[in-house]
Write a protein of this length. Structure first.
Lengths: 146, 780
């Protein structure tokens, strides 16, 4: 019930990540591309001698590309099945307490949002979309454009 | 055997402990299938092991319990209270006996028959009070000082240590960047060495003696041979070789399969063996040894061997090869067909090895862990299978390469060779858009890494480097990369699924500078690059065959000498090419010599001034008895001499000149080289024997080499041999086996009196003269 949420901005939209899933928030500097990987895999980065697979949330949501050319990007680090991922977000805002259990969103969202949605949660700052981290990491099923 | 019993006891104890709760639960709920199964497994295990260890009472008990429980499992019997009690009584008795075995005592006395009878349907419940077990349990505290750890825990420690190594690398990098501070550096050095030591220790905890794998083999072979009516003796060697625990599990199945095959198909029945003049009992030798960072496991039988022709026939009828292809296969290739899917020479599928699992599965399993299987066989004499597997899975030696500025790693085990795309013996052609590299006459499909990865390489195609790869389960192809960087030992971690989905990568790792590097999967690149493996290689070999048969010209190696001369050496005398640092080349004993590993060879083709610094490349020439080195600047090409040779007038290093590839080249006279550089050592004549006292260190250490250089064989008093010359110090007594010639030595330069015929011991010329004249007495 009183789940903590990490509020981040992806593609200009404020959304919530389950804070329990997020290990840390980092600033990525180096990014090693992974040729031929799915488009939403932005590359690899190292954090404290661990390899992070960097996920471009914009591309995972099919909302365009995150511009990584300007260097440092903020990212939330999550662990899934023993692998560490860094989710590139526009901005990390705040940690809030959820005021309700997630409920399905009945309005029509974008296809990408629909896929990663875990429902809507109420917070003191109003309703936020709860993101399914695993779905975000999985990205679009389509493989690399060969 | 004691080890095995200890293992057995430990296993039983563990199961008994785990079973404690189950038994109670089963008693309360006899219908519970899961509990029944675990109790059944226990008695089954005990029964299986007892047969091996010869504990007949234990075996009888567990057998009876197993039968009763099997009936319940099959639904033939309902588990009533009486049965439950009877089974419990049996398990308690087993516990008592195991305790007794552990303590090395005699079995508790008593008759088990009433327990066994109680298991029978309709028997009356017999409750046996248990007292002994409790007592025994307290005694067991004197266990050896070992504990059992779960492999998961070890893995976790291992991966933490790997992380620590990476963290240390990163720290090292940051320290290098910042201004150096001596105390900090010192502390860091210490930390580094501790981490290295710890990593070593942890790696060892994961190591297991391969004995654990071998220990079950005699039993398996015994059972198999009994079943097949054969007699097989197993000879096991090298059980103390240590191997990564995980690796042992990975090779268990392939090894078992190979041994089954050897007993089933390799070793003949006793009557057949006698007929072919062999001993009735076949020998199956299994040995393990370590070679570098690989473990070699040999499985050798003295059976009927593999019939290459039969294999080929079978391969043709199964459509694995065509008739034309088959005709071109070398004997080795014929044997290698055994690893093709769906091939087995056995006429009928037997219960032992014909289980639909063929050698192809063995090969792919071994190759999956970075290993190799080789087969060698002589019909009628036996077969040898060799498994080569790496020591561990987690640390992989790799080559780092770059393409379009990005670094990647390639596992070294898959790399066959590295050549430059514009090298003399390499040509790169395009056929319908596909690259084909011709490397010393061998056509190899080329994969451009830039194309596979979709990167833009700034390096021109002709300037790239070709890495010739032989991926697991496939055949060679050449991967063109921009640059080759370094050999590194990398701690490899699995990559995220999204990365693995590309099929190109085997994992990720961190380079020394802390940046992530992707490790390639050579087979994956071939697949993505569209290389047709297997088929390609075989046809390429065939294309080569007839061509070499037609030309009768002498194959030579064309090279440029250190002085820039264009020369050729007959290929047959060149053993291999070596590269050594200039420091390995020394002028010693009047001749230029080069150190190669543990051998020191005379070096030709160079003078001391030519090899002042840098690296020296040299051919290792071999005449079958001796080796010499021949320094050169670069290899130009492989060529053949099909023109006339203009012989030189005087014997020398160059025997003649001929046109090779339309340019004149000097032919190096290997005979002259060996005659001039190896003559001293090669000359074997009857040696004169010189006796030197063995108790005199000066004589042994300083004089002996001089005497040996003069052509004598040196013996001492202990060797009861007739000496031609004896050397002794003035004032000493001569040993019994002294000969007519004695050289007396004195320690002062000045002669004490005129009658003295001794020689001052540092008078080198005088000594040599004396030795020579002493030797003259015996005709050569």
């Amino acid at each position: 019930m009183n789940e903590l949420l990490l509020v981040v901005t992806i593609a200009g939209e404020r959304v919530a990540l389950p804070a329990a899933a997020v290990e840390s928030v980092v600033e990525l500097d180096t990014l090693i591309p992974v040729p031929r990987a799915a488009p939403h895999v932005a590359g690899l980065s190292a954090l404290r001698s661990r390899v992070l697979t960097v996920i471009d949330c914009m591309r995972s949501l099919e909302l365009g590309d995150t511009d990584c050319s300007d260097g440092i990007r903020e990212a939330a680090v999550v662990e899934l099945d023993g692998h560490h991922y860094a989710l590139i977000v526009d901005m990390v805002e705040d940690v809030l307490e959820a005021a309700s259990d997630p409920v399905p969103v009945r309005a029509a969202m974008g296809v990408g949002w629909e896929r990663v949605s875990d429902g809507m949660v109420e917070t003191e700052q109003g309703p936020l979309l709860l993101i399914d981290v695993a779905a975000l990491v999985a990205g679009v099923e389509a493989k690399a454009a060969a | 055997m004691d080890d095995l019993i200890a293992d057995f006891v430990a296993e039983c104890r563990e199961m008994l402990e785990a079973l404690g709760g189950e038994i109670v639960a089963w008693e309360a709920q006899p219908d519970d299938r899961a509990r029944l199964d675990s109790i059944f497994r226990f008695v089954h295990t005990v029964k299986g092991n007892c047969g091996f260890f010869e504990f007949p009472r234990l075996e009888a008990l567990s057998h009876a319990a197993e039968d009763a429980l099997a009936d319940v499992r099959a639904g033939r019997r309902h588990p009533d209270g009486a049965l439950v009690s009877a089974v419990l009584a049996v398990i308690d008795r087993i516990g008592e006996m195991v305790s007794a075995i552990e303590a090395g005592e005699d079995m508790p006395t008593g008759d088990d028959n009433h327990l066994i009878d109680a298991l029978a349907p309709g028997a009356e419940g017999v409750i046996v009070p248990v007292v002994v077990a409790a007592e025994a349990a307290t005694k067991a505290s004197a266990a050896p000082r070992t504990i059992r750890l779960s492999v998961e825990l070890l893995d976790r420690v291992m991966s933490t240590v790997s992380d620590m190594v990476l963290a240390r690398n990163e720290l090292a990098r940051r320290l290098r960047e910042s201004t150096s501070d001596v105390p900090v550096d010192g502390a860091f050095e210490r930390l580094s060495s501790i981490i290295a030591e710890m990593r070593d220790a942890i790696t060892r905890t994961r190591m297991q003696r391969i004995e654990n794998l071998f220990v079950g083999l005699p039993r398996m072979v015994r059972d198999l041979s009994a079943e097949l009516g054969k007699q097989v003796l197993v000879d096991i060697d090298g059980g103390d070789v240590e191997l990564d625990r995980e690796m042992i599990e990975m090779i268990r199945d392939p090894l078992t399969h190979i041994i089954r095959n050897a007993v089933d198909h390799g070793i003949e029945k006793p009557s057949e063996r006698l007929k072919s003049g062999k001993r009735e009992i076949g020998v199956l030798a299994v040995s393990a040894r370590q070679s570098g960072n690989q473990i070699l496991i040999d499985i050798q039988d003295d059976g009927r061997g593999i019939d290459g022709k039969k294999l080929v026939e079978k391969a043709i009828s199964n459509g694995v090869v065509t008739k034309d292809e088959a005709a071109q296969l070398s004997p080795r290739d014929q044997l290698a067909l055994i690893f093709e899917a769906g091939l087995s020479t056995a006429k009928e599928v037997t219960a032992i090895s014909g289980r639909g699992v063929g050698m192809d599965v063995v090969r792919s399993n071994v190759e999956r862990i970075g290993g190799i299987v080789e087969v060698d066989s002589k019909p009628g004499e036996g077969t040898r299978m060799t498994l080569r597997v790496p020591l561990t899975l987690t640390i992989i030696p790799a080559l780092t390469v770059s393409i379009a500025g990005q670094h990647f790693a390639i596992p070294r085990s898959a790399i066959e060779e590295i050549v430059r795309a514009n090298g003399e013996s390499v040509t790169l052609e395009h056929l319908g858009g596909a690259g084909v590299a011709t490397i010393r006459g061998r056509r190899v499909p080329e994969v451009s890494l830039a194309t596979v990865l979709g990167l833009d390489s700034q390096v021109d195609e002709q300037d790239r480097t070709l890495v010739v790869l032989r991926p697991a389960g496939g055949d060679v192809y050449a991967l063109s990369v921009d640059r080759i960087h370094d050999h590194e030992e990398l701690v490899v971690k699995p990559a995220a699924p999204a990365v693995m989905a590309t099929g190109l990568y085997a994992g990720t790792t961190l380079a020394d500078d802390g940046s992530p590097i992707l490790l390639f999967d050579p087979a994956g690149i071939a697949a993505v690059g569209g290389v047709k493996l297997e088929v390609q290689e075989r046809t390429a070999r065939i294309a080569e065959g007839p061509a070499s048969a037609i030309s009768k010209a002498t194959p030579v190696l064309l090279f440029r000498g250190l002085d820039g001369g264009r020369r050729a050496l007959r290929l047959a005398v060149v053993d291999r090419i070596e590269e050594v640092p200039a420091s390995a080349v020394r002028e010693s004993a009047g001749q230029l010599r080069v150190q190669l590993g543990e051998a020191i060879l005379p070096l030709a083709g160079a003078s001391a001034s030519d090899v002042a610094d840098g690296k020296v490349r040299l051919f290792r020439l071999n005449d079958g008895l001796h080796e010499i080195g021949y320094a050169f600047a670069e290899v130009i090409d492989f060529a053949t001499i099909d023109r006339d040779i203009i012989h030189s007038e005087r014997p020398g290093e160059v025997s003649g000149v001929s046109l090779v590839n339309n340019e004149p080249a000097e032919l190096v006279d290997a005979h002259w080289l060996f005659a001039n550089h190896q003559a001293a050592a090669a000359a074997k004549k009857e040696q004169l024997v010189c006796l030197i006292p063995d108790w005199d260190p000066w004589m042994q250490n300083m004089l002996r080499p001089l005497v040996e250089a003069a052509g004598y064989r040196v013996v001492d008093d202990a060797e009861n041999e007739k000496a031609d010359v004896v050397i002794a110090c003035l004032g000493e007594e001569l040993p019994d086996n002294a000969s007519h010639k004695t050289i007396w030595l004195r320690s002062e330069p000045e002669v004490a009196n005129t009658k003295d015929f001794s020689i001052y011991r540092y008078d080198r010329a005088g000594l040599l003269m004396a030795l020579k004249s002493a030797g003259g007495g015996r005709g050569k």
